[in-house]
Design a protein. Structure first.
Length: 119
């Protein structure tokens, strides 16, 4: 199982980034996909989540209207479009795949990609 995030980097306040998470080794379309983030000294928090068919995206309050999660099941990839970034968005962003299959909870994580918002 592999989840590989990309697209992070340094961006100025007000800028945008698009993160990607390419996956392999599991049936992507059967999993709820999420993005989490963890800032220095803080706990990991949910950023956004999207259902298996790509419907019903769910966002943390502070991301609503700025971030958009999407997925391409044909490419086994989930995305996070981030707009109007501010320094409080600086964190390592992690991709997560979660599903209960045959009564077994499967929970996979990527290694993360650093996003730094600074002038």
């Amino acid at each position: 199982v592999r989840l590989v995030e990309s697209g992070g980097g340094l961006v100025q306040p007000g800028g945008s980034l698009r993160l990607s998470c390419a996956t392999s080794g599991f049936t992507f379309s059967s999993y709820v996909m999420s993005w989490y983030r963890q800032a220095p000294g803080k706990e990991r928090e949910l950023v956004a989540r999207i259902a298996r068919a790509g419907s019903s995206p769910d966002y943390a309050d502070s991301m609503k209207g700025r971030f958009t999660i999407s997925r391409e099941n044909a490419k086994n990839t989930v995305y996070l479009q981030m707009n109007s970034l501010n320094p409080e968005d600086t964190a390592v962003y992690y991709c997560n795949a979660r599903a209960t299959i045959a009564w077994t909870k499967n929970d996979y994580w990527g290694r993360g990609t650093q996003v730094t918002v600074a002038s």
